[in-house]
Design a protein. Sequence first.
Length: 571
Amino acid sequence: MASNGVMDARDRAAMLNRLATERFDILVVGGGITGAGAALDAASRGLRVALVESRDLASGTSSRSSKLIHGGLRYLEQLDFKLVYEALRERDLLVSKLAPHLVKPVRFLFPLYKKVVERPYVGAGLVLYDAMEGTRRPVPYHRHLSARGALRLAPALNPGRLAGAMLYYDAQVDDARYTLAVARTAAAHSAVVATRATVVGLTRGADGVRVTGARVRDEESGREFGVTADSVVVCAGVWTDLVHQLAGVRAGYRVRMSKGVHIVVPRSAVRASTGMILRTEKSVLFFIPWGEHWIVGTTDTDWSGDRAEPPATEQDIDYLLTAANRVLVRPLTRADVIGVYAGLRPLVTASENNGKGDKPTTKVSREHVIDVPVPGLASIAGGKFTTYRIMARDVVDAAVADFGREVVPASVTDQVPLLGADGLAAVRAGAGRLAEDYRVSRSLVEHLLGRYGTLAADVLDLIRADPELGRPLADGHPYLRAEVAYAVTHENALHVEDVLMRRMRLVFESADSGAGTAAQVSEIMGRLLGWNRRKRAVETRRYLDLVADERAAVAASPMPSADLAVAAVAG
Ligand SMILES: Cc1cc2nc3c(=O)[nH]c(=O)nc-3n(C[C@H](O)[C@H](O)[C@H](O)COP(=O)(O)OP(=O)(O)OC[C@H]3O[C@@H](n4cnc5c(N)ncnc54)[C@H](O)[C@@H]3O)c2cc1C
């Protein structure tokens, strides 16, 4: 263990120096969940690992998902049994052992509208779903409910055609924080993790074939340097084809992008004490409980535009509102929507399809694909957040297979709890004492335990040293000023957006996207990072511009037409 997983943004220069001067077994390209997972998998096998991410950890798809760790009920319908089986096993491992502080069980109501055909069909699916789990179940079995029982849990449902419901369990996670926790755990196993560092070219050995490392550009300074590694592992999500082009290789698969949009509405706008899943014509619609909010999504449409910031449009929002309103007594309106975000699914398709395909994106398999197009280069795409650990294991296996030297141990990540997980039960049990010791409220301690697990004490130490940091960052939100400082000193936050978009989620949880806190965040970060007044103002403006651009993209999209093809909810 090198560093206890502390990723201090103030150590960036030293960390870049290590990248440029050390020799690595594996260089991972991409700091989403797949890349972070691959770095942890390789580092915990005892390999020397570097990871480079061109923006921030999880800034791509891995902060924009539905945030479910689930088997995927709808994949049963597509007869994708292997995927569901694997995903359920992973869900249970994460909830019970690897990350119980971050992955939490959540229950879902599945309303039924066709009494005769639907209950046996959905019921059989859930029996199979439950049966695919292991014998030690961290989440309860599914249950059948009458219409009355369903309305008790979700008075928001229109009783009109409701015939009953099923209740089942899955799990949820803050995807960006989870990715960060995986990367920090990799760092604790000596991986060097660099953000705002882009691979701009791959280097080849004396034979002109074997990949031996990469040219990397530091996005903060523009400086370029070489990184030497026995194998480069590409985990670049929807950017994968571009990295293959950089390498001048033709891989056996292409990535097809599918855009998914979510809206965020206040908890009070939908009266229900459980999450909900509704069947739509093409897929499903989730109401996911998220603190004081609901996340409602998602759409699933082919995409070929900007990869970095795919825009949500008025049509996307209108689609979600219309689909949700088919079942609600009190319809949601545009005024209820306080946040919106869009992400791109990296779906895989055969190389000859040129990244396209005749199947709708909802029908493209969510399984992952690995290729080793030339020696020294392995790449992976597809898959799901839930199965990242399996994906990581498989791509590292592929990378080390052509090392041609010592035998590398098999993956051990099923036995490696993430930072913050070890000893959680005792720390949770002692939450009251912790609150007394640090002279803070019990609810503050609970808030920190839910985000940092056993590392919560590190944040509390900052508050003890400077009680001002114990104040909330914004009214009506649980985040503390100390968490901004911690994001810099332990979580490698380099810019205001890293804090407001991913270390915290104010970007979609707050009606102003966190704009009102940007100056305060810049102030706290600036004190630690040595920013002068001008630099603090520039950083604040940078965030405000980002948020304004996102809003402008929605506003600029054409208004939805009346005949918009909205998928019908069951019935
Ligand atoms: C709308 C939506 C909902 C979803 N919901 C769920 C869900 O509920 N549950 C679930 O299990 N899965 C879900 N998924 C799928 C899941 O989110 C993705 O499979 C997963 O996040 C992909 O992670 P990744 O690491 O492969 O890609 P990314 O997170 O996109 O990471 C790739 C990274 O590579 C970096 N990169 C690219 N090029 C370079 C370069 N040249 N140099 C350095 N870095 C580079 C990018 O900046 C990016 O950060 C959902 C996906 C979407 C879009």
